[in-house]
Each structure stands twice: as C-alpha cells, then as structure tokens.
Design a protein around this ligand. Structure first.
Ligand code: HEC
Length: 161
C-alpha cells in the first residue's frame, strides 16, 4: 500500500517535472529576448556583407591581387543579401530595448527610405558584378568606389558614427 502511494507520488512528481520542463520550452520568448535576437540577426547580415566586401576593398587599395571571379561572386552575394536588410529590421522594432546596437532609432521612422538604400546597394552590386564579369582590371577597380559608396550612404544616415 505504502509502496503504491510512493510510486504514485513519484509518478506525479515526475510528470509535474516533465510538464514544467515542457512548459519552459514552450514559453514564448519575452519582448527583450525577441529584441536581442533580432539585433543579433541583423548584425549577422551586416557581418556577411562586410565579409564579402572586404576582399573587394583590399583589391581597390592594391593590397590584394586582382581577382575578377572573386569580385563578381562576392558582389552577387551582396546583391542577394541586400534585400534582407529591411526585412531583418522589420522583424522587430528594438528602439525601446537596451540592445547593443549601432542602428539609429530613426530607421523605424524612415522605413521606406531605409529600404530604398538597400535597393540601391543591390542595384550597385549587380552593376559591379556585370563589370567584373568582363574581367578587365582597370574598369573593375574603377567601379569599386561607386559600389562601396552605397554602403556608406546608408551608414551616414542610419548608423552611429
Ligand atoms: C540600408 C542601410 C545599410 C546599408 C545599405 C549597409 N549598411 Fe552596414 N549597417 C547598417 C546599420 C543600421 C548598421 C548597424 C546595425 C546594428 O548595430 O544593429 C550596420 C552595420 C554594419 C556593420 C557592423 C556589423 C556588426 O555589428 O558587427 C558592418 C561590417 C557593415 N554594416 C557593413 C556594410 C557593408 C560592407 C555594406 C555594403 C556592402 C553595408 N554595410 C551596407 C546599415 C546599412
């Protein structure tokens, strides 16, 4: 009898623990967690943009050998990433949260202009990829400034200096 009571009690305790763990897993993220998650995601997009742009910039400075294939490939990657910029900002408005960010709050007041800057980056990346695909060193190097300026155009207005 006592044994039965104990095992029933143990079973109840065990299922309570399971339910509790389950409930914790299922608990929706808090707004603060959503805000920091959204911030990490958007910074990951920018890290990838930087990763792909870096060798192109090095080439422009003469710090790296001319490589038309890399230039075309990386520019096309940037063209694909660009539309994700407004998407990751639309996921969550983090203005009210204490997140580590260089994104200026005014982004969420100027969604259309911010998205337009990402569209300009995409267009410039595609144009640059086309030029690089021609394989000519001088024309490709000369086109880097116009391409890179579309990064700076957005940073100037929307990123902490
Ligand atoms: C439409 C606007 C926009 C465009 C276009 C843009 N950026 Fe940014 N970038 C930002 C903003 C805003 C931040 C700050 C994000 C944050 O801290 O939450 C940022 C941050 C960054 C960071 C820092 C990421 C980190 O947290 O480590 C890098 C690197 C970067 N951008 C590179 C680039 C490059 C390279 C390009 C062009 C190929 C580019 N960005 C184009 C708006 C833009």
């Amino acid at each position: 009898m006592l044994k039965t009571v104990l095992s029933v009690g143990a079973l109840a305790l065990a299922s309570a623990l399971v339910v509790n763990v389950y409930a914790q897993d299922e608990a929706p993220p808090t707004p603060a967690e959503l805000a920091s998650g959204a911030t990490e995601t958007r910074q990951a997009v920018f890290k990838l943009l930087g990763f792909n742009m870096a060798p192109i910039s090095r080439m422009a400075r003469g710090a790296m050998e001319f490589d038309a294939e890399m230039a075309e490939r990386n520019a096309l990657r940037i063209a694909d990433l660009a539309p994700m910029i407004p998407e990751v900002f639309a996921v969550y408005d983090t203005r009210e949260f204490d997140v580590e960010t260089e994104a200026l709050p005014v982004i969420w007041d100027n969604n259309a202009d911010f998205a337009q800057k990402a569209t300009e980056l995409r267009a410039a990346a595609i144009t640059f990829a086309e030029i690089a695909s021609g394989g000519d060193r001088n024309t490709t190097i000369a086109a880097i400034r116009a391409f890179g300026s579309t990064c700076g155009n957005c940073h100037r207005e929307y990123r902490v200096d």
